[in-house]
Design a binder for this molecule. Structure first.
Ligand code: ATP
Ligand code: MG
Length: 256
């Protein structure tokens, strides 16, 4: 109960938010109780799930500053999918946090009182290795790593792994890699195929068999504030994220 998972890669634009929104939505549709936490000041998960980010009463910023987490939870239009939203207000949080006590554990402590209400809490991390991401990793049982199928796919993965190691050493000794998701795959190019092979070699056994294709519907859906499941459930992108959610559950529940 209440497993917390960070969707983490400090590289920008690799599919973290797209994965967070769509995996959360499909898991909820499969009967799991899901909370998603947007901890990116860009607020892309918030708007992509259909929440007006300029008009938030409470957000993850308030929670990090001490508001009880349950006061910031908003229901989404998908049954069993709740969100703690974010917006640009969060941009100053890293600086404010740096002078506070327990600055790496703010999110972990905040989730303590609500995590038993959910099966999974998925955290959409910002593209940085700063204090917000450290908070997410400190709070998490495990990490999902989306990797874009492109030439420099593994660039920066060393940094990503050493950040996880650092957190493991000093703040969260049990954290582990839940899985690696290959995103924006283009089957017409040899490059995509080669990148998948390379990433599989690096992460041995951790890469999901389900690969997310490049699909225009996945890019369009957020501008309508909808997960792909509502926007176009028959698209290739929808099929892929649904399969990913099934594979995720199969492995995760196999672990227990
Ligand atoms: P950031 O680091 O800025 O938070 P991110 O890792 O969260 O980025 P996304 O926002 O999910 O990445 O994706 C980057 C862009 O690529 C977005 O415009 C998104 O709509 C688009 N995109 C993501 N996945 C796909 C896909 N499989 N097919 C087509 N477009 C995609
Ligand atoms: Mg994002």
């Amino acid at each position: 109960m209440g497993k917390i998972i960070s969707i983490f890669n400090q590289k920008g634009g690799v599919g973290k938010t797209t994965t967070n929104i769509n995996l959360s939505a499909y898991l909820a549709s499969m009967g799991k109780k899901i909370l998603t936490l947007d901890i990116d000041p860009q607020g892309n998960t918030t708007s992509g799930i259909g929440i007006e980010k300029r008009k938030l009463e409470n957000s993850i910023y308030d929670v990090i500053m001490g508001l009880p987490a349950e006061k910031a939870i908003i229901k989404t239009k998908i049954k069993d999918l709740d969100i703690i939203p974010s917006n640009v207000e969060l941009a100053g949080a890293e600086i404010e946090l740096s002078t506070k006590t327990n600055r790496e554990k703010r999110i972990k402590d905040a989730l303590e009182s609500i995590k038993s209400k959910y099966d999974y809490i998925l955290i959409d991390c910002p593209p940085s290795l700063g204090l917000l991401s450290i908070n997410a990793l400190t709070a998490s049982n495990s990490v999902l790593i989306p990797i874009q199928c492109e030439y420099y796919a593994l660039e920066g993965v060393g940094h990503l792994m050493s950040t996880i190691q650092l957190v493991k050493k000093s703040l969260n000794k049990d954290i582990y890699i839940q899985g690696v998701i290959m995103s924006m795959f283009d089957g017409r190019t040899n490059l995509s195929i080669e990148v998948v092979e390379e990433v599989k070699k690096y992460f041995k056994g951790k890469v999901y068999t389900t690969i997310i294709p490049r699909n225009i519907k996945l890019a369009e859906a957020p501008s309508y504030g909808m997960p792909i499941m509502l926007y176009d459930k028959n698209s290739k992108g929808a099929e892929a994220y649904k399969k990913l959610a099934e594979e995720f559950l199969e492995y995760d529940e196999g672990d227990e």
